[in-house]
Design a protein around this ligand. Structure first.
Ligand SMILES: Nc1ncnc2c1ncn2[C@@H]1O[C@H](COP(=O)(O)OP(=O)(O)OP(=O)(O)O)[C@@H](O)[C@H]1O
Length: 572
């Protein structure tokens, strides 16, 4: 079992917990014997001292049992929490290795549920195994053995009862198992809905669709509740069945035991001890039944957790090239094809971007612009063909150093909660204030800091919600620039800037002696580029300067015409 690797690290605490639990159970098994002595000797002979002494023994057993239980509880927590923490660390580490294809499959909501909820189920199962599962079989077997010592024929009633109970428990477990898997899946779905709703709460309000969303949420939670109720009903059968069978067994013990007492085969104390052992078996079985339902849930969680741990990124880090040696050809695409889920998106792309050039990429929505630049960072790998950077295949680059030298500004500006400084320093932890301000100046975001009393320490709320779309974009551009990358990729990342600011940004970027790729929906943003790639349904239909494209690329002409009025207003 894969979990053993994790438990091994905490084997000492697990063993200590286990041993103390068994010791506590052993003390518990002695209680009926002491009780039998009190009845058969103390009460029979009216020996008050004997009764007092045995009474004190019972108190001693209870105190020792309590202390043992405390030690067990402590080490059970150390083990379960430790294993849970290690599992979470490994999952988190693995998720950070995921490429975008993995993230498309295992999306954020399911990862969050697995990381939080599923790990809790495993922790619970481990703690219960140490605290309860070790005790239950020990108590059951111990009670059976001691019952045999008292009376072999009566003890056989125990065995028949235990076998019937075991069959019932097994049947209930098998029936309820599939439901637990379903419950976790429903939880994923609910968490996805909540996440989508909270992220888009403003849009939902703007379109007055709260009621529709509330109903969607209600229907999902109702489905989850219905499964919970179903499985709850099945599991609820367990306790009445257990009590019924154990009580029938007790009636039989008293009936046949009573006859034995009458003929002098057994004492009254021994009968009471037998009933007590039967009760101990009952309690142990109830605990066992509850633990079984925890195991059922943990089984489903186990599969989901190891799915996260065993999902391997397809983008492999060969890590051969760690330092960049710039060459004339900065980026080269050779017959590149790319697909999402077998659906071809980019078709046979071939082009060369020279060192220091500024390349614009334009095309309709869904043409494949973002997909193209995502290949340069190796967020995804090509299906066929090859991409080279500085004449070396990108697959040979160490992933970290490849991404270190590429400043990437994604289409959707995403910021973390913290200060402006922390956000920009994500690009370069060592960047000085002067470097941060310089990056902000180029990104047209200097006033974002200068206008604020706290300056670079101005707080950015979660997701940058206290900033406008344009302000967020400027910060993400500064974050990419502070890396001092050799290649800068802007994926439609000035779309929220007004034309004036966009123009100023381009003027500043022009001064940088690095290779730049600028995706934009606006021709005005890329007109000045050294070359422009025109993408149409994943194919390159033009790769030239603006002036040339205006002459011989029909798609480009159409895009240009759609953005410029007849009197030649170019918004600049
Ligand atoms: N993660 C993904 N999984 C599956 N399909 C995707 C994924 N990302 C994009 N696509 C699909 O690939 C195609 C190209 O998308 P891409 O985002 O590259 O286009 P784009 O030109 O950048 O569009 P836009 O200008 O709207 O940002 C689209 O049809 C899109 O639906």
């Amino acid at each position: 079992m894969k979990l053993l690797k994790y438990i091994k690290e905490y084997r000492f605490s697990a063993i200590i917990g286990f041993v103390f639990k068994i010791a506590e159970a052993a003390l518990e098994l002695m209680v009926p014997l002491v009780m039998a002595d009190i009845i058969d000797i103390g009460i029979k002979t009216n020996d008050k001292n004997y009764i007092l002494m045995k009474g004190l023994t019972l108190v001693g057993l209870a105190i020792a049992g309590y202390l043992f239980a405390l030690v067990c509880q402590y080490y059970a927590s150390v083990t379960s929490q430790g294993v849970g923490t290690k599992l979470r660390e490994d999952m988190y580490h693995q998720i950070n290795r995921y490429d975008h294809r993995n993230l498309d499959k295992l999306s954020a909501p399911t990862l969050v549920t697995r990381l939080v909820n599923d790990v809790v189920q495993i922790q619970l199962a481990i703690a219960m195994t140490i605290r309860l599962t070790s005790r239950a079989p020990f108590i059951m077997i111990g009670s059976l053995v001691l019952a045999f010592f008292i009376s072999g024929p009566l003890a056989s009633i125990f065995i028949i009862g235990a076998v019937i109970l075991a069959v019932i428990m097994l049947a209930i477990t098998v029936v309820s198992m599939p439901y637990f898997n379903n419950i976790q899946k429903k939880l994923d779905r609910i968490s996805l809905i909540v996440r989508e709703n909270l992220n888009g709460i403003r849009v939902i309000r703007a379109f007055a669709s709260q009621n529709k969303e509330i109903n969607k949420f209600k229907s999902q939670t109702k489905e989850q509740k219905d499964i919970q109720v179903k499985v709850g009903r099945i599991q609820a059968l367990l306790n009445p069945f257990t009590y019924l069978i154990v009580n029938i067994a007790i009636v039989l013990i008293i009936y046949f035991g009573g006859r034995e007492v009458n003929v002098g085969g057994l004492s009254q104390g021994e009968i009471i001890a037998l009933v007590n052992y039967m009760n101990s078996i009952l309690l142990a079985l109830i605990v066992f039944a509850n633990v079984l339902s925890i195991y059922n849930k943990a089984g489903a969680s186990y599969t989901r957790i190891f799915k996260v741990l065993e999902t391997e990124p397809k983008v492999k880090d060969l890590g051969k090239i760690e330092t960049w040696h710039s060459s004339e050809n900065c980026i080269e695409f050779r017959n590149v094809n790319f697909a999402y889920n077998q659906k071809n998106i980019l078709h046979n792309l071939s082009f060369i971007i020279k060192k220091g050039e500024t390349i614009g990429i334009i095309g309709g929505t869904g043409a494949g612009k973002s997909s193209l630049v995502n290949l340069i960072n190796r967020f995804y790998d090509t299906v066929s063909g090859e991409i080279l950077i500085n004449d070396q295949p990108i697959k040979e680059y160490d992933l970290h150093s490849l991404r270190e030298d590429i400043g990437f500004v994604p289409q959707y500006a995403s910021l973390i909660s913290g200060t402006i400084r922390e956000n920009i320093q994500l690009g370069n932890q060592q960047a000085s204030d002067e470097e941060l301000m310089n990056a902000l100046k180029i990104a047209q975001g200097k006033e974002l800091v200068e206008d604020k009393i706290a300056g670079l320490d101005t707080i950015i709320e979660q997701g940058g919600k206290n900033l406008s779309g344009g302000q967020k974009q400027r910060l993400t551009i500064a974050r990419a620039l502070v890396k001092k990358p050799q290649i800068l990729i802007l994926d439609d990342s000035s779309s929220a800037l007004d034309y004036g600011t966009d123009y100023q940004l381009r003027q500043e970027l022009k001064k940088l002696d690095i290779t730049k790729i600028i995706i934009s929906q606006r021709t005005s943003s890329i007109e000045q580029a050294d070359k422009i790639i025109v993408l149409y349904h994943g194919e390159i239909v033009g790769f030239d300067k603006h002036e040339q494209l205006m002459k011989d690329c029909q798609i480009y002409q159409e895009i240009y015409a759609s953005q410029h009025s007849k009197d030649g207003d170019s918004h600049e």
